[in-house]
Design a protein around this ligand. Structure first.
Ligand code: F6R
Length: 282
């Protein structure tokens, strides 16, 4: 089947006319969903709308638990022949330092298992930062160049750490940062210990796309579920833009959709407003 992104039925169509101005994309849009499955559907609808008509869509790919419902929903639609990602290009956000890319714990293998195979992408068109090379700095520089050479990321999928990180840009990361080596916080290492077996040490370092790199994506879809994400979600959406919550930089991005479940939305002071806006727009 040729690569194509046919027009689909989308649940959320944002076409408003405010004081005579056509508003296609509100800047940071927040949708609160009843459960994780709906989070996946809403996020998938938007990803598909944003890649529609692109011959070789470039996806920015997060690992972790948060985007799984989104990837599963996209995979379901691939399975049903509704869409075809075989011409898609992918760039993962990050990778651990010192883990062999063949190791099942590496983000390379995780992306292959959770995204590339279910979405039937071509593995040769999907890249993950190299955290297993003597010259990490050169590899990181080359990674940013490869993203630029592919024409930039069309849609970046993000999760958020319980400390507000995106990618592995830990609190106090520079807003101008590019792909580089970062030291993981103890909080992040503790959060990710669930993926490692007993006696296996969570790596202390990673290579991550920088905040400056992430901000260059044309569109961003951020997914967050669970009460343990509520504080970070509130700081990202309602807090000041500050390096202590790296995700807050997304307030400056021109096209962001944040999709959260009720549990992750519990800290939002403006939850009723976000629901009201979504009701009007839907
Ligand atoms: C993963 C990544 C991280 C995760 C975040 C949330 O590639 O860059 O920012 O998105 O740590 O992880 P989960 O979704 O496992 O809670």
């Amino acid at each position: 089947m040729p690569c194509s992104f046919p027009r689909r039925n989308v649940h959320f169509e944002f076409n408003m006319n405010i004081f005579g101005c056509a508003v296609k994309e509100p800047v940071m849009e927040v949708v609160i969903c009843s459960d994780e499955q709906q989070v996946g559907q809403v996020a998938a609808n938007r990803v598909l709308r944003w890649v529609e008509g692109l011959a070789t869509p470039v996806l920015g790919l997060a690992t972790g638990s948060s985007p799984l419902a989104l990837y599963n929903e996209l995979a379901r639609r691939v399975e049903e022949g509704e869409i075809d990602f075989s011409c898609g290009i992918g760039f993962a956000l990050d990778e651990y330092v010192g883990i062999d890319p063949e190791n099942p714990l590496s983000y390379r293998q995780t992306i292959l298992r959770t995204v590339v195979e279910p979405l039937r992408m071509d593995p040769t068109r999907v890249r993950v930062p190299n955290g297993f090379t003597p010259d990490l700095a050169a590899a990181a520089l080359e990674y940013d160049r490869a993203i630029a050479a592919a024409g930039g990321v069309d849609v970046q999928v993000l999760g958020i750490g319980s400390n507000g990180h995106i990618g592995f840009n830990e609190p106090t990361s520079s807003f101008a940062s590019r792909t580089r080596v970062k030291t993981l916080t103890e909080q992040t290492r503790a959060d990710n210990a669930r993926f490692f077996g007993e006696g296996e040490r969570v790596p202390t370092h990673c290579v991550t796309q920088g905040l400056g790199t992430i901000m260059e994506a044309r569109h961003v879809v951020m997914v967050a579920t669970g009460r343990h994400k509520a504080r970070a979600v509130t700081a990202m959406i309602e807090g000041p833009v500050a390096a202590v919550c790296p995700a807050s930089i997304l307030q400056f991005h021109p096209s962001v959709l944040v999709v959260v479940d009720e549990a992750a939305a519990t800290g939002l002071n403006h939850a009723d407003y976000f629901r009201h806006v979504a009701d009007i727009l839907i």
